[in-house]
Structures are given as structure tokens and as C-alpha cells.
Write a protein that binds this ligand. Structure first.
Ligand code: SAM
Length: 232
């Protein structure tokens, strides 16, 4: 079982990335205080600790699962930006013993039974090759990307970095997702958002923009849910 104290630290580091605070020491120290206060009052943080979930993000995937039944027994699921492992914890029991979850992250992740973890930077060829090697002949039923760059506080820079990660996830989808498969990707609203959504619409039967309840209201983060991969 993931230790509660560790869970909260891991969740901290990840949710901290989602904040779009201003740079500058004074601003940063004020915003850090506000962030810490919000974090420890956050019902999802408390619930994650109670349930032994490694991140509050796990509730975002849980909500998508309850509404859309994305993960079914026997599925091959790829989780990009998997650490500390909240989404893997949700996905693995749903895929079951006949399925497989492959997680990848630039940060280490404590092992989870039934999850194959690849440590690597998805912007580098080597990480992609390792993931492809682990998948072998398997075609993927669901690609999920919760990848988020370290936030600099400069909105344009952060938006461009986040969009680059989403584009790489989409490239992976084009070559590895089964016809009919689904894609979930975290996006930050800003420039290039509409162009990315338009591009995804050409490849999937149905595309929706979703703001899960567990996503902090003031974060520009949303998720794109694309269903029914249409291979042309
Ligand atoms: N879904 C995860 C969970 O529930 O535990 C949380 C993911 S967290 C919001 C975003 C993750 O993206 C971080 O763990 C971060 O290390 C990862 N990430 C950012 N850039 C990456 C990259 N270039 N390659 C791989 N992972 C990356």
C-alpha cells in the first residue's frame, strides 16, 4: 500500500505543476502559501489519502470512467505522465488480469502490481522506443495523457510546453491506437488549443472537452476525450 505521507508529497508536486502563478519571489511565496492552504483543505487531497490513492488526479479519471466507461476488462492502456500512479491505480483493476497498463513518466514511480512502468522523457526518442518495446505486438485500446510540464509561471511558455506534450501524445495515438480506440489528453486552454481540437476531430468519431469536478476551477486545465479512432 502506498504510504499516506508519501502520497500527499507526490500529489503536491504534481498539482503544484498545474498552478499558473506569477513568477517573482514575493509573488511566489504568497502564492505558495495560498497553494499549501488550498491543498490541505482540498477534499480530494483528503479523500485520496483516505483511499490510499497516490494523487488527487485519480478522481478525474474515476469521474471519466463513471460517465463514459473508458476502461474495460482486457484492454491495453497506455498512461503517459503516469507518476505518482493515481491513474494507473484506477485503470489497472478495470483492465483486469486479461488487460495491461503501461505507464511512462520522466519521474520515478513506485511499482504497482500489473503495471509496466517505463522511466523516460517522452520528448526523447529513447522513451518512445522503450514503450514500443514493452508493448511488443500489442495495439493500444486507450491512450491517456495527463502529462504536464513544470510550470514556469509564464503563461505563453507553459502553454507551448503543454501543447508540445499533447502533440507528442497525438503522434503516438496515430501510430499505436487501434481503430475504434479512445484518447484522453490533458490540455491547457490558450493559443493553439482550438487548432489541436480541430486536428483531433479529424481522427475520431466523437470529441468532447471536459472539466472534471476534481480539476481545480482556476486552473486552465481541461481534458479532451476523443472516442472511436478512425484510421484513414
Ligand atoms: N496522472 C498522474 C497521477 O494520477 O498520478 C499525475 C500526472 S502529473 C499531473 C503530470 C506528470 O507528467 C508528472 O508526473 C510529470 O513528471 C509528467 N511529465 C511531464 N513531462 C514529461 C515528459 N516529457 N515525459 C514524461 N512525463 C512527463
Amino acid at each position: 500500500m502506498w504510504q499516506t505521507g508519501v502520497a500527499s508529497e507526490a500529489a503536491d508536486s504534481n498539482t503544484r505543476r498545474e498552478s499558473n502563478e506569477n513568477p517573482g519571489n514575493m509573488a511566489r511565496s504568497k502564492s505558495s502559501k495560498r497553494w499549501l492552504a488550498e491543498h490541505f483543505d482540498d477534499p480530494y487531497v483528503k479523500l485520496a489519502q483516505q483511499k490510499g490513492l497516490r494523487s488527487r488526479s485519480a478522481f478525474k479519471l474515476q469521474e471519466l470512467q463513471e460517465k463514459y466507461q473508458l476502461i474495460r476488462p482486457g484492454m491495453t492502456v497506455v498512461d503517459l505522465g503516469a507518476a505518482p500512479g493515481g491513474w494507473c491505480q484506477v485503470a489497472q483493476p478495470l483492465a483486469g488480469p486479461g488487460g495491461k497498463v503501461f505507464g511512462l513518466d520522466i519521474l520515478e514511480m513506485e511499482p504497482l502490481p500489473g503495471v509496466v512502468f517505463i522511466l523516460g522523457d517522452f520528448t526523447e526518442e529513447d522513451a518512445l522506443l522503450q514503450l514500443e518495446q514493452a508493448l511488443g505486438e500489442k495495439r493500444v485500446d486507450l491512450v491517456m495523457s495527463d502529462m504536464a510540464p513544470n510550470m514556469s509561471g509564464m503563461a505563453a511558455v507553459d502553454q507551448a510546453r503543454a501543447m508540445y506534450l499533447a502533440e507528442l501524445a497525438l503522434e503516438f495515438v496515430k501510430s499505436h491506437l487501434k481503430p475504434g480506440g479512445d484518447f484522453v489528453v490533458k490540455l491547457f486552454q490558450g493559443s493553439d488549443f482550438d487548432a489541436f481540437v480541430r486536428q483531433v476531430r479529424t481522427l475520431f468519431r466523437k470529441v468532447q472537452v471536459i472539466k472534471p469536478k476534481a480539476s481545480r476551477p482556476r486552473s486552465k486545465e481541461v481534458y479532451l476525450l476523443a472516442r472511436g479512432h478512425q484510421v484513414k
